[in-house]
Design a binder for this molecule. Structure first.
Ligand code: DX5
Ligand code: ZN
Length: 218
């Protein structure tokens, strides 16, 4: 089975020690650092914005993978790029002109991703695939860490994998990923796994990251 990229979500980290937490997961084997930005409008929770991301940038040279759960999103893209985002993923549901938003991310020199809420069909991204290098399949309804994986998303990942075959576009999954669900999503076709509580809730981050890589004996 292919080795998935692991992107710990700092939403589940100790916010009083964020720099140390970012350094610790980077040293523990994280491929990307996943940054969940929430606005209390597109999603029912508020997290952090570009100032916090900018403050963390010096802590590691790992890829900063920004997941923007904000609406509107276009007015804020430049601020996230400037703060140090390497990848910017926006929700298909949060922008009226998705194609324009994805072009704007590319024009800022960042890698563009598009996220789909559980109820959004994969058809929503059919005509923008040339503009992205990642599709994020939400495996919970966005807004909170620690929720349960929605099993119906496995079929969505499978269908998307078939659609993306040979395109080079990555499939990322986010929400309820733990050692029990990781195997099934990777088998279905996920290339990158986001995990918050399964990593930051563990004593040993390196062991928790290894436990998400199917086939690896911890
Ligand atoms: C949910 C966020 C996720 C979340 C994952 O809106 O996008 O990244 O932090 O948390 P866990 O892994 O705890 O489900
Ligand atoms: Zn996320």
């Amino acid at each position: 089975m292919p080795r998935p990229l692991i992107a710990p979500s700092i939403l589940a980290a100790d916010f009083g020690r964020l720099r140390e937490e970012v350094r610790a997961v980077a040293e523990a084997g994280a491929d990307w650092i996943h940054l969940d930005v929430m606005d209390g409008h597109f999603v029912p929770n508020v997290s952090f914005g570009p100032a916090v991301i900018g403050a963390l940038r010096a802590a590691t040279d790992r890829v900063f993978d920004c997941h923007l759960m904000i609406e509107p999103v276009d007015p804020h893209l430049a601020a996230f790029a400037k703060a140090g985002a390497d990848r910017i993923t926006v929700h298909a549901e949060a922008t009226r002109h998705l194609d324009r938003t994805l072009q704007a991310i590319g024009a800022l020199g960042r890698k563009a991703g598009v996220a789909l809420n559980p109820a959004t069909p994969i058809d929503a991204v059919e005509h923008v695939l040339e503009r992205v290098d990642l599709v994020l399949v939400m495996t919970v309804n966005p807004g909170f860490g620690g929720q349960s994986f929605i099993p119906a998303m496995l079929e969505k990942v499978r269908r998307l994998k078939a659609r993306l075959a040979g395109s080079g576009v990555l499939i990322q999954v986010d929400g309820g990923i733990n050692p029990d669900t990781a195997h099934a999503v990777v088998q279905a076709g996920a290339d990158a796994l986001v995990a918050g509580s399964a990593i930051f809730g563990a004593e040993d981050y390196a062991k928790a990251i290894r436990a998400l890589r199917p086939g690896v004996v911890v």
